[in-house]
Write a protein that binds this ligand. Structure first.
Ligand SMILES: C[S@@+](CC[C@H](N)C(=O)[O-])C[C@H]1O[C@@H](n2cnc3c(N)ncnc32)[C@H](O)[C@@H]1O
Length: 218
């Protein structure tokens, strides 16, 4: 058995995913495809965009959650950084893996105070709070200092246009073999160009439809 598939996390995640599935999204429905694409690519309007989405879960899929657990376990990760907490679904998968690895910490950044409050409730209910540090504020600042010396895995799932900026804050600390999991990276062409460049120091591939999975080579 794993922490992911045992009580209390398994039933908590079932309930959280069910709530996420049931949540309707009038804000997103009101946006034209064109406007949504523009906002997703914008480096200046993300505060307004995510502010409008503050009641939405926007969580990773069940499959991506399981994948995050597996990658965190198989790399024997100890230190994980997450950009974009929302209500904490992805964080819980990573924290479960850290517990099953024998210890570690996921530092996760979120700027919406109401989301941070909800995520904290879910972390408390999971019993995994000791493995999670949530930093409230713009991740461009909160994930720029007081970081672990060695980072084993990064989940990029906040404003897509900031993926390169966040990577630059973490890059010097990535261990050899560290994994970057970037959700919906298609909205971040500069990030894809960076990790796919033959001279970038990464091996990178699209994976599972909406993820870019990259490995630090040196
Ligand atoms: C796609 S959701 C994250 C979903 C979460 N990883 C999960 O699977 O449950 C993206 C989140 O990133 C937050 N966000 C976006 N840009 C941010 C920034 N610059 N700093 C902190 N949080 C940010 C948004 O408020 C939103 O809650």
């Amino acid at each position: 058995m794993t922490t992911l598939t045992s009580h209390p996390l398994a039933s908590l995640l079932e309930s959280l995913f069910a709530q996420a599935d049931a949540a309707t999204s009038p804000v997103v429905a009101e946006l034209s495809e064109e406007e949504r694409t523009r906002l997703m690519h914008s480096k200046t309007e993300y505060l307004d965009f995510y502010g409008r989405l503050k009641d939405l879960w926007l969580s990773v899929s069940r499959e991506t959650g399981t994948l995050l657990y597996m990658l965190t376990r198989s790399t024997r990760a100890r230190n994980v950084i997450e950009f974009g907490t929302s209500f904490g679904i992805s964080t819980l998968h990573i924290a479960a893996a850290l517990k099953d690895n024998g210890g570690g910490r996921v530092i996760t950044g979120e700027f919406e105070p109401s989301k941070v409050a909800r995520a904290r409730e879910h972390f408390a209910a999971s019993g995994l709070g000791d493995f999670i540090e949530i930093r409230q504020g713009n991740a461009l600042e909160t994930l720029a200092a007081d970081l672990p010396e060695a980072i084993d895995l990064v989940l990029l799932d906040g404003a897509k246009a900031l993926y390169v900026d966040i990577l630059e804050r973490l890059e010097s600390r990535l261990t050899q073999g560290a994994l970057l999991v970037a959700d919906n990276a298609d909205f971040s062409p500069d990030y894809l160009a960076r990790v796919r460049s033959p001279t970038s120091g990464y091996l990178s591939t699209p994976f599972a439809g909406d993820i870019e999975l990259s490995m630090r080579l040196d």
